[in-house]
Design a protein around this ligand. Sequence first.
Ligand code: FES
Ligand SMILES: [Fe+2]
Length: 341
Amino acid sequence: MTMKGERSEAGDPQAAGEETARHLPYPSGWFCLERSRRVPPGRVLTRRFMGEDVVLYRTSTGRPHAVRPYCPHLGAHLGTGGTVEGQNLVCPFHRFAFSPDGTCVGTPDGAPPPRARLQHHTVRERNGFLFAWYAPDGTSPTWEIPGTDHARVRPTATWSTEVSTYAQEIIENTLDYRHLPVLHHVAVEELDPPQTQGPLLRMRLRLGPDRPRVLRESVKADHTFLMAGLGYLRVEFPLPALGLVSYLWAMHTPAAPRRTRMLVATACTDIHQQATPEASLPRRGLHRAFAHAMLRTAVGKVHQDLRIWNTKRYEPRPRLAASDDAIGMFRHWARQFYPPA
Ligand code: FES
Ligand SMILES: [Fe+2]
C-alpha cells in the first residue's frame, strides 16, 4: 500500500528504468553445450540455450551438430525420439530426413517438400567440449576460443549446476580479488594484471591459503587465467616439481533470462606430453587423482559463491573502491558482448 505523499514504485519511471538496467540480455559469444563424450556418434540430446531448446547430435562420421528443435514439416520436437541415420537427422513424427546442411533430403514416400530446412547453430569442438555460437542479430562467429598448449588434453572430472544469475556475474567473480580471502580463505597476489585483447582477457595470479601453515609457501601456485567471452574461463597452473600441468575450465551457458548452467571441469597432464604420444599407466593414474582432487577443491569454492550469486542482484553502476580496478576494467571489456544500449 502507498502512504499519502509517497509515489508508487510501479508508476515511477526512474525506478522502472533502474529495474531495466538490472537486467542483462543474452551476451554474444561461444557457450558450452555439453562435453564431447556425452555426444557419441548416433546420440541425440536436448539442452537449453538462450531461452530455447537446442538439439545436439553427432553423425556417423563424427561431426557434431546443434539445431533448432522443431521440425519444419509439422513441428515435432527432434529431441523427442529423433534419430541419427548415417549423416542425417530423422524426425520421429513422419520420418523426414535432414542432411548436415539442414536440407530435407528424403521422406518415406518420395520427394522432400521444397524449402523445408532445419536451422543450425554454428558449433565448435575444443578440448573435449562442444560450443555453440550465439549472436542476438544472428551474425556468424567473429572470433574463436583459443586451444590449449596441450592440444590433446580433455576433461577428466566434471561437475555442473544451474545458478540464478547471469554468466557475466559468474565470470566477474574471478576479477573480484577482494572476495577471495573473505569468502574462500584464499590469499591473492596479482602477478600480471588483467590484459584484454578483443574478446580475450588474460591475467596471472598467485593463489594460496590465507592462513599461516607450515607448508604455506609450497602450496601457493601461479595460475594463468584466460577468459574468452562471458561463457568461457580456463585456468592453467603448472606443478613443475611433479612435471605436471593442471587445467580447470568453468563454463557458463545462459539457459533462460537470469538462469545460467555452469560446468566445471578439470584435467591434468604431463608438462611435456605434447612430445610423448601417451603417458604411462601410473602417470595417468596420477593425472586422474590430481584432476579429481582439484575438482573437489574448486566445487567447494563454487558452493561458497552459489549462496551469494543465487541471491545477489546485478548492480549496473557498482560503487567500486580503489582496489576494485580489475572489476571496473572487466565491466568495460564485457560491454562488447551486448548490443549497443
Ligand atoms: S513433423 Fe517432422 S516429419 Fe512431420
Ligand atoms: Fe568466488
